[in-house]
Design a protein around this ligand. Structure first.
Ligand SMILES: [Zn+2]
Length: 341
């Protein structure tokens, strides 16, 4: 099937581009495939249907960075400002920051460069799923070191039961989060070739799994606490974090508002931009929650090391990179042509 190719810069309607790159209820504003690197950069300043998707996550990197730096600024205002980059106490915080910044940068770049070719589009969005999965492990590392699930628990809790639970948590929590992250990357990449009609629903449901697993220390804390003084701010931030996540999932699945008025939200205000915005707001609440826990800590139950924080994240990155390369090569060799003419 031949699709019209226009000069770079002019935008196409949904009938003029391959079906694989169209979005439901978005009728115009598509960039044609075959953009060069500089065309893609230039398109960030044009009104296309990817412009809002790019800026909602690209600008978010700076807002997130500001909130991170401001936290240390407030803490050390009297002593003089300095970022504790090499203090092992903050290693889990920096792995969390790396996970969030990775997610935001990869997501914005995927939207910006996805019009170079079908192969690059596939790689961009598979790497994007990998970055979301990596972010979940970054969160897990921050929760593991900073959120003590048993703070304020009832003294009646049998000591043996407590020790056993803590033992299981210490041994299994991070490895399971890593395995689930790999599974999520694989499943989401798979939806780009299979179950395409339900792909948004499946991807959202798939990411419920790491959310539930990663949030286990918080669920435990909320369940066992008898002292709400020490848990109230954590509970408030976590509740807001969940509300924003639910809103982002609702936009992603329902495709509202463009479903209600196809063609009207092609450039600005589409569900994907609302999804990006709500997901970022949920991250800001999570950051607030982690910072609140750090402020209440003097030292950590489990001492973090470079290997147990950055090492875990780097190893996961290696597995995800291998998986994405393997998937793209696999689809190409199976004859499922990625390049649509
Ligand atoms: Zn996106």
């Amino acid at each position: 099937m031949l699709f019209r190719r226009r000069s770079q810069g002019s935008l196409l309607r949904h009938t003029e581009v391959p079906a694989a790159i169209t979005e439901c209820f978005i009728l115009s504003g598509y960039r044609c495939l075959g953009y060069s690197f500089s065309d893609c950069l230039f398109s960030a300043f044009q009104a296309t249907n990817e412009t809002g998707n790019f800026w909602t996550h690209f600008l978010a990197v700076f807002i997130f960075g500001y909130h991170c730096v401001d936290f240390f600024w407030q803490q050390d205002a009297a002593a003089g400002f300095c970022l504790p980059c090499f203090d092992p106490f903050y290693y889990p915080f920096w792995t969390y920051v790396a996970g969030v910044c990775g997610l935001l940068i990869v997501s914005s770049m995927a939207h910006l460069f996805s019009s170079m070719s079908m192969v690059i589009r596939e790689i961009c969005f598979c790497v994007d799923y990998g970055a979301i999965s990596t972010y979940t492990v970054g969160s897990a590392l921050a929760y593991f070191y900073y959120i003590n699930p048993w703070v304020g628990s009832s003294p009646q809790l049998p000591l043996n039961a407590y020790n056993q639970l803590d033992c299981w948590f210490e041994v299994l929590y991070i490895p399971l989060c890593c395995l689930v992250a790999l599974f999520c990357t694989l499943a989401c990449c798979h939806t780009r070739r299979h179950w395409q009609k339900q792909c948004y629903l499946i991807r959202t449901l798939v990411f419920l799994l790491p959310f539930t697993l990663v949030s286990l220390p918080i669920f435990c804390r909320l369940l066992v606490t008898t002292s709400w003084d020490s848990t109230q701010s954590l509970a408030t931030s976590f509740f807001r974090h969940c509300l924003w996540l639910a809103a982002s999932a609702a936009f992603n699945i329902t495709k509202i508002p463009e479903r209600l008025s196809p063609g009207k939200f092609d450039i600005w205000g589409s569900s994907h931009q609302c999804f990006h915005f709500c997901a970022f707001m949920s991250i800001l609440e999570e950051l607030r929650m982690i910072q609140g826990e750090i402020e209440g800590l003097e030292n950590l139950l489990r001492p973090p090391t470079f290997l147990s924080t950055f090492g875990v994240l780097l190893l996961l990155q290696g597995f995800i990179a291998f998986m994405v390369c393997w998937l793209v090569l696999h689809y190409s060799s199976k004859g499922k042509k990625l390049e649509t003419n």
